[in-house]
Design a protein around this ligand. Sequence first.
Ligand SMILES: [Zn+2]
Length: 648
Amino acid sequence: MRRFALLLSCLAMLAAGCSRESTPTPASTPAKPAEAKMTVERDEHSYAEADKVAITDLALDLKIDFDTKTLSGTATYTLDWKDKAAKQLVLDTRDLSIDKVEGEDAAGQWQPLQYGLAKRDDILGSKFTIETPAQNQHVRVTYTTSPEASGLQWLDAAMTEGKKLPFMFSQSQQIHARSWVPLQDTPSVRYTYTAHVVSRPDVMVLMSADNNPKAERNGDYNFKMPQKIPSYLMAIAAGDLVFEPLSPRAGVWAEPAMAKKAAKEFEDTEKMIETAEKLYGPYRWERYDILVLPPSFPYGGMENPRLTFATPTVIVGDKSLVSLVAHELAHSWSGNLVTFASAKDGWLNEGFTSYVENRIVEALYGKEQADMESVIARDELKEEFKSVKPEAQVLAQKPGTEKNPDDNSSATIYTKGAWFLQFLEERFGRADFDAFLRGYFDHFAFQSINSQQFADYAKANLLNKYPNKVTQAEFDAWLYEPGIPPTAPQVLAARFGVVKTARLGWLGSGQLPPPAITGAWSTQEWVHFLEGMPKTLRIDQLTQLDGAYHFTGTPNGEIAQRWYPLAVRSGYTQANDAIAAFLERVGRRKLIIPTYEELVKTEAGLELAKQVFAKAKPGYHPITTGTVQKLIDEAKPATAPATATPAQ
Ligand SMILES: [Zn+2]
């Protein structure tokens, strides 16, 4: 996934599991295999007892009903019984109504099974226990989702780009798959799946599976995902979607009005795949397509296998935000191929992916671009760590650190994780470190692992193989200590020096930098220009900036994310209409939450936040709604209206 905003709220966590898949290790593994940890860890965010029985295949047969905003049908599981004494199959659910549960007997007949749905836990949902005294190899559940399913968003036609057809899409990470399929909803369990989905005939349906670019729009679709995936990579979308090819194996799905624009912005996708393959071995998922969602998508992107879900807010016309595609593509190795066994090891997915993303950006757009992105991320980390509890700054987190897996510190798992790998790269040298990572992806391909397994593998294949480069103590400090270790390599972005000079010059003299300089600035440079501003500016200063750069009303969400909070803090109410329009149009949490956070600090701001939220809510995803609602509910606005403090 691409960055959720800071310490926001919403859902629950997973827990690790134990069930390492017995996928054969490719012969190319460079050194001796890491020792498998045989201890069984239960995923604290799942009720599944995967050490007793595990789902190995899922067959879905579902109907999409836009009128009732529900999915209904059956889920049929193929089960691998590991504990011969086990008599129950325990699944995760949230807000599902279960109509029927059956097991297939030895004669191939479906017989009813007893089951119980426990009281709903706010974070984990309802434990679903099926009595299976005969250890049936196949079990089938007939169910219907709730219109409020936390993992699905239903948009009326009016909320889409084309305004003709309704839209529906899923977001299963971290633990929302259970709100639309009863599952062992833990990344420690991997399974293949097939799906037969029917819908109204005028919408196209896609899944994280073998989508056919030439599929006929007829309301009856079949899918197959032949590789084993964890539950958080289950994905479905339906709407007025058309396909634009990018290369023989890559393309874009989007609403008709957006498709060509998106294809242009993402035209380097094939080059990105080739770059990643050169570094880390073949792309193993056949097709790589990108689905552009409506602006309400709560995240930047989601690495659903074969079909990345992406926010349209990165389509800004100059490719300056396409590192999002590099990120989601990188997950095809780090995350989808080698998967964290529980959310407490989130850095194994996101830290590795952020590192690989940066390598792809460097290869395609140059080191300066890659360095600017690193500097922005690390500045964010330093800011975020001021308020993150120490135990949540640790990469290999202890169980119980976060009750809700959506509360994980993104600074820790994304940026500190990537920084650790950059440290290793620098100490061991790029050539040896690249070979190590490639071997790591091969060795653990299609498995779910924890931080300890990574540490054991790195000890054997890096620390011991190339002695005297990194001590065990230095390595462990990165993995098990809070904060940023003193060994962290620093990155300087040369182009940011110019930006800083321009900003300081303006703050000192009121003289804006010449257009010859700012005319060539990319999104990252504008972001850096704004991020270095004092906490508040005077109204005349904001007016001057707006006159020159038109920040208020910017179509660029990354700039809006920095400009509007500054405007709110400074009492620049001239921007209020544009702020309201932005918050109503976009539902991506990272972009809008900083503005809501500033608004709720004053009475007048809170009032505006409430008004905007009331209008925007029908178009927001449940994940975004939960976050904003919490901010408003917990607001403690200052009684006096905000006044601008003169910048020094
Ligand atoms: Zn990610």
